[in-house]
Design a binder for this molecule. Structure first.
Ligand code: FUL
Length: 509
């Protein structure tokens, strides 16, 4: 009996072993033929998609809050406003808005075309609650998405629209059916998408549900934002029309940075655990987050609200420069709000301040000293057939070439040397994020003789780099422009990285 069982066991084992051997062999064959003729580093997942990379490259762009609230002195309209309250004293001029943004060094803008009050700043077919219902002739000549998109194209700027998912005017909103999403929200987004296939972002605000007019019901309506807006279908519809349009917020392709004050964490990962936002602060992301979910920082350039209000001031250029360092310089994008006034144009004070900011940015980041330095590195990845990983790739102005270390090297030094002493104040570094965000720690030092080195950056956490990190060498993002440091050498030491580090650009100012 026992012998028989032994025989059975042997028979089963003999049947299984060939299967195991076959599986093992197939696995080995696949591994050994994996092609990587360029010897590129393996990606560190998650990685961004093309749309997210293009969006990140916009870096600094404007927000324009304009609409019925501009005329009612409110921040959130209830949804019952008489359309004739929208009464521009001239035809709104989005071209003027974008020109001001451009003069500040911004690369694009997002116009609010429907806020929570539901009033549409274009002649939409989806609701009569739009510009055509106003008795004001300038209102009837208003089509913000069209004029904004046309101006952006002429000015070579990126553009997109803010369309509030929450609609306090519509009777359909939160009525227990799919009517709102099917008859208003998605068709409105498609109308907007039709104003240009090259849009870079649609902003879907997180404010949701609560009290409102709702077609006269005047009650509280609540929805579950994670399912109500039919995001998969919305994404499909918009991406079919605008393939590179990032769906912000409710659209779930980039995250809110967690404050409206214009700062991101010094440590800031573009990875996050999406839909479980409590796990890691939005200001910092999560080092081991499972999704590429980069941070956007929305902030006001003026002193009152998102919409224009009588008597408001404009923040100083120094304060806005600080915001830039604390957002764009910390691996986030900055969307800076500039509210047009009742004339439908930006007030002169805003226009002038934007020019001042632009001049400040371009003079402080005027001459990239890295380009005239000799760059040496402690390790250069072995070149492949059509790609090398030389140090010079970091200063060639080409974002598609990059320096990388060999596999297994998670630390490295990069040294810049000049023939004559230079005055240095800022170091800007950019990882080749196509292969994921990697760097976890670094130091920056300067030297006048190549023998004695002094650590720079004060108490700033030199942890993450990501898409872009700018370190003020004096350690301060405010009152940051001083005499600088004299240096003949500047050394970046990457002290820790998830895998071999990659940098496509280093600039020194
Ligand atoms: C918030 C909105 O409720 C504000 O009105 C504003 O549009 C801001 C940018 O986002 O969530």
């Amino acid at each position: 009996m026992r012998f028989k069982r032994l025989q059975q066991c042997i028979a089963i084992a003999l049947a299984i072993i060939p299967l195991a051997v076959t599986a093992q062999t197939e696995f080995t064959v696949v591994e050994s033929t994996r092609e990587n003729p360029d010897n590129e580093p393996l990606p560190v997942h998650p990685v961004p998609n093309k749309r997210q990379i293009l969006w990140n490259e916009t870096e600094f762009y404007a927000f324009f809050h304009y609409g019925i609230n501009t005329y009612t002195n409110k921040e959130w309209g209830y949804g019952d406003e008489d359309p004739s309250l929208f009464a521009p004293t001239a035809v709104p001029n989005p071209r003027q808005w974008l020109e001001a943004a451009k003069s500040a060094g911004m690369k694009g803008g997002i116009a609010v075309v429907k806020h929570h009050d539901g009033f549409c700043l274009w002649p939409t077919a989806t609701t009569t609650h739009n510009v055509l219902a106003s008795s004001n002739t300038n209102a009837q000549a208003t089509n913000i998405p069209k004029d904004f998109a046309d101006a952006a194209k002429e000015l070579d700027m990126k553009y997109g629209f803010y369309v509030s998912p929450w609609d306090r005017n519509s009777g359909y909103y939160g009525d227990g059916t799919n009517n709102y999403v099917e008859k208003l929200f998605i068709p409105q987004c498609k109308e907007l998408a039709a104003y240009g296939s090259d849009q870079f972002e649609m902003w879907f605000d997180g404010a949701n549900g609560g009290d409102g007019y709702y077609g006269g019901a005047r009650e509280f309506r609540n929805i579950d934002a994670s399912t109500y807006y039919d995001i998969p279908n919305l994404r499909y519809e918009i991406h079919s029309m605008c393939p590179n349009c990032l769906m912000w917020g409710v659209g779930d392709e980039a995250r809110w940075i967690g404050n409206e004050a214009g700062w991101a964490g010094e440590t800031n990962w573009q990875t996050q655990n999406r839909r479980s936002r409590g796990e890691a602060p939005n200001t910092e992301g999560a080092e081991n987050g499972w999704a590429w979910f980069p941070g956007e920082s929305d902030a006001k350039a003026t002193t009152k609200g998102w919409f224009w209000h009588e008597g408001e001031g404009v923040l100083s250029a120094e304060r806005l420069f600080q915001m830039y360092l604390e957002t764009v310089g910390r691996n986030a994008t900055l969307i800076l709000n500039l509210p047009p006034d009742k004339s439908g144009s930006l007030p002169a004070a805003t226009v002038n301040r934007m020019k001042e900011l632009g001049d400040m940015l371009s003079s402080r980041f005027a001459t990239d000293l890295a380009k005239t330095a000799t760059v040496t590195v402690s390790d250069t990845r072995t070149a492949g057939a059509a790609r090398n990983y030389e140090a010079g790739n970091m200063i060639d102005g080409d974002k598609d070439t990059y320096w990388a270390a060999n596999d297994g090297n998670k630390s490295a030094t990069i040294t810049f040397a000049w023939d004559t002493p230079q005055t240095v104040r800022y170091v800007s570094m950019m990882e080749y994020i196509t292969l994921g965000q990697r760097v976890k720690g670094f130091t920056i030092e300067t030297s006048e003789d190549g023998a004695t080195w002094t650590k720079r950056g004060g108490g700033i956490k030199c942890t993450t780099i990501g898409y872009k990190r700018i370190i003020p060498l004096n350690g301060s993002t405010s009152a940051s422009y001083d005499n600088g440091y004299t240096a003949k050498y500047l050394r970046i030491t990457i002290t820790d990285s998830k895998a071999c580090p990659t940098l496509h650009t280093v600039s020194i100012f």
